[in-house]
Design a protein around this ligand. Sequence first.
Ligand code: NAP
Length: 403
Amino acid sequence: MSRRTITVLGATGSVGASTLDLLMRAPDAWAVEALTANCDVAALAQSARAVNAKLAVVADEGCYAALKDALAGTGIEAAAGKAALCDAAKRPAEIVVAAIVGAAGLQPTLAAVERGATLAIANKETLVCAGDLVRAAAVRSGAVLLPVDSEHNAIFQVFDHAHPERVTRIIVTASGGPFRRSTADEMRHVTPAQACTHPVWSMGAKISVDSATLMNKGLELIEAAHLFPVTPDQLEVIVHPQSVVHSFVEYIDGSMLAQLGSPDMRTPIAYCLAYPERMATPSARLDLAAVARLEFEAPDYDRFPALGLATDALRAGGSAPCILNAANEVAVAAFLAGEIGFLDIAAIVADTLSRVGAGGVASLDEVVAIDSAARRAALAAVSRRGVSAAKPRQAAAAARRQA
Ligand SMILES: NC(=O)c1ccc[n+]([C@@H]2O[C@H](COP(=O)([O-])OP(=O)(O)OC[C@H]3O[C@@H](n4cnc5c(N)ncnc54)[C@H](OP(=O)(O)O)[C@@H]3O)[C@@H](O)[C@H]2O)c1
C-alpha cells in the first residue's frame, strides 16, 4: 500500500503532538511532507527527525539559524517566516492538519484549502475569522474540510449530510471548564495556572483559558455555523461535565444522535486521518459502568458572558466574529501574562466589539485589516484595564492570601 502524504501545521502544540503520536504508531503508512511551529525549535527538530519530515518551518524568522543547526546532517530542509508557512501548506501533501493556534493559522490554512487538500481543521479561529472565505475556497478547489474539534467531529459523524433539512438542532456539549461551580467573585482572582487546569482535557494554554471563560464554546458555535448547513437558531450549548458525549444532532422525528468517546483528541484526529475509513487508536475505551452518570445543565450566561458575546457575534455575522476573536486573543494573552484579571477578558472583548464597527467581509485583505483594527482596540483596552483595574485587584488578592 502506498504511503499517504501529510503536513502538520502547528506540529509542536497539543493537537500537533497527538497527530504525530498517531503517525509514529504507523510509520509505514505515512510520508511526512512538512511540520511547522512558531518558535519551539527543539520540539520541531525532534519531531521532524522522528517522522523523517522533508521540511521543517518556524514562523519566527529569528529562530531560523537555530533550526538549521538543529537539523544539520539530517537532510531535512529548514525554512522560516510567514511566507514559508504558506509555502509549506502549498506543498503536495494529501492531508494537511491545521493545528496552529489563533488567527495566525488563517493564511497557511487557506493556502492548503486553495490547492484542494484534505484539511483536518483544528484551528477554529480560522473559521471564526474567515469561515465564508475558507468555504468558498473549498468549493472552488474541491478541498475537503474535516473537523478535528471533538464536538464538530462528533456532529460530522452523526449529521445526515445528504438530508440537512431533516436536522432540527445541533447541541454542542461543553465541559463547563474549571470554574463551572465558581462564583463571579471567586473567578475575579483566579490565576493563569488555575484557568489552564482543565478538569477533563489536556490542551494548549489559549484554548484552556477559552474553555474556562466559555469563549471556546462560543467560538465553536461560530465554527459549527460554517461547517454545517444550519442557522444560528439551530445551534445550542449544553454543559456536560463528563465530556463523554461530544455533541448531539436532533432530527425532525425527535431522534437525537450523539457520538461518545473518552476525552482523547487522538480519536477525532484519527477519524480525519483515516476518513472515509477508520483506523485504530490507543485512546482509552469508554467504560460506561464506570462513567455511571451523564449530567447535563444549561450554561450560565451571567457568570460566563463570553458565551453571550460570541452568540451575538454569530447572529450579527460579517466582521463581528473576527473582531470578537482578535479581541479575545489579545485579552487571553494579556491574562496569561498577568496583565489583566480573568473577568477582564470578556469585558475587553465587549469593549472592543463596541468600539470597532462591524461590517461585511469580502476578502482576505479585509479580514486582515479588521483583525488588526480589533487587536489595536483590544490592546488599548488592556492598557486601560491593566493599569486601572486588574493590578490593584491582583495586589488585593495577593494581600488577602498573605493575610
Ligand atoms: N488542544 C486541543 O485539545 C484542541 C481541541 C480542539 C481544538 N483545538 C484547536 O486547535 C488549535 C491548536 O490548539 P493547541 O491546543 O494544539 O495549541 P498549542 O498547544 O498552543 O499549539 C499551538 C501550535 O501553533 C504554533 N503557533 C503558535 N503561534 C503561531 C504563530 N504565530 N505562527 C505559526 N505557528 C504558531 C505553536 O508553535 P510553538 O510551539 O513553536 O509555539 C504550536 O505548534 C487551536 O485553534 C485550538 O482551538 C485544540
